[in-house]
Design a protein around this ligand. Structure first.
Ligand code: G
Ligand code: G
Ligand code: NA
Ligand code: MN
Length: 256
């Protein structure tokens, strides 16, 4: 089929791996889901950070087939966990979409096809789009987000607080979560104004009918503060670093 116009999946699978970082409910401390994060193990260069290769993949267009491979892989794994762990399976997998992917005219059709192929319940999939990308062309964004929402998937705004948001538009986005950029969390203890900013963003999320997620939670102290603020979910090294699918499976198996 038309997949033949891209590299075969197996070629990505040799060097690229999808890792999974737990998303934790801050109230209960339980795993609510995972964020899928791509890793590249280059045969000569060794580990290459996505911060390095994602921008290159965007420029060259490789992000389109690679991004779809990542999405399919994450959906396949999540569906597998569902059959393995049933009620105790993570209820959501969150996958990052790059700006270039977001503006593809056939994006929604491609997502729909992957959901069909992997038999994943669309309510178990969330797509994360950065604040910078959603604010680039808000009319197009509202259109695209609505079409995505029609698939019954979840949507999240990523790296919130680093770009420039128009709040009037934000209220028109059919998004489910607002993820607060980790730069605000990292110096929350030393700088009280950062705590106020986090608190304000959490309130903003709730006002807009969204749940708040914080990333970069590295200490118990931060976890406690964020829980007091009323933030629903967190991820970060305090809970777990991103895990290979094997490690993530072992973690799920170890939970009662
Ligand atoms: O996993 P790590 O924190 O090293 O990721 C570094 C950057 O690469 C982050 O901005 C993250 O959002 C991005 N990134 C990681 N995995 C993916 C992916 O699968 N797709 C896209 N578009 N970006 C990713
Ligand atoms: O841009 P995005 O939010 O998708 O990036 C997620 C990146 O953050 C990943 O590369 C992941 O490895 C990294 N990350 C996850 N948890 C932590 C943390 O607690 N501290 C720091 N510094 N980075 C983290
Ligand atoms: Na992300
Ligand atoms: Mn982020």
């Amino acid at each position: 089929e038309e997949e033949n116009s891209h590299l075969p999946h197996s070629q990505f699978g040799e060097e690229f791996h999808v890792y999974y970082q737990p998303l934790v409910s801050l109230q209960s401390g339980k795993i609510a889901g995972f964020e899928a994060l791509v890793r590249w193990q280059h045969p000569e260069r060794g580990f290459v950070s996505p911060e390095e290769f994602i921008p290159v993949a965007e420029r060259t267009g490789l992000i389109l087939p690679l991004g779809m491979w990542i999405l399919r892989e994450a959906c396949r794994q999540t569906r597998l966990w569902k059959t393995q762990f049933g009620q105790n399976a993570p209820s959501i997998v969150s996958v990052n979409l790059s700006g270039k992917q977001f503006v593809q005219p056939d994006l929604v059709a491609q997502i729909d096809r992957i959901l069909q192929q992997t038999h994943l319940d669309p309510r178990s999939l969330k797509l994360e789009i950065t604040e910078g990308v959603v604010m680039e062309n808000v009319d197009r964004t509202i259109d695209t987000l609505r079409n995505m929402k029609a698939l019954k998937i979840k949507l999240g705004i990523d790296d919130f607080g680093t770009g420039y948001s128009s709040f009037s538009y934000l209220s028109q986005f059919p998004t489910d979560t607002l993820k607060i950029d980790r730069t605000f969390i990292s110096c929350m203890e030393e700088r009280p104004e950062n705590r106020a900013i986090v608190q304000t963003i959490v309130m903003l999320a709730h006002t807009l009918g969204m749940d708040a997620i914080v990333e970069g939670v590295e200490t118990r102290e931060q976890w406690q503060q964020l829980r007091e603020i009323g933030c629903e979910y967190g991820q970060g090294y305090f809970f777990s670093k991103p895990l290979s699918s094997r490690e993530a499976t072992a973690l799920l198996a170890s939970k009662p």
